[in-house]
Design a protein around this ligand. Sequence first.
Ligand SMILES: [Zn+2]
Length: 137
Amino acid sequence: MRTVKIIAFWALSWTWGIITTATGALVALALLITGHAPRRFHHLVCFDLGNVGGGFSLGVFVFVPHNASDALKRHEGGHSVQNVFLGVFMPIITVWSFCRYWWRRWQEHRGRGDRLPPYEAIWFEKWATDLGAKYYN
Ligand SMILES: [Zn+2]
């Protein structure tokens, strides 16, 4: 991403996308207090959550499992870009994505994982992957 786009990304994340970014800042603060050091992923603030199943994104902050693949980091970065586009409406997608993720995990736990549609069958997950591939390569 070019410098002018990065500046616009950060400015929009902390204004139009403030609901999601401020929530991410609170999570980041809690992680800082408990001794988690952030790293950079491109221009995003990236926290290693250790041994957890998945990652999530809240504004300029991304939270990923230990040794997360670049593909996962790019996908979460794609959600960060979505926040710039969707702004105050982003929490709808964040909550929807969160519920869908855990519903899928529950279905897999029940042995019904083979009946699930692909993860990116829903528009906002496919969009996040596409945005991640575009901006975080
Ligand atoms: Zn996602």
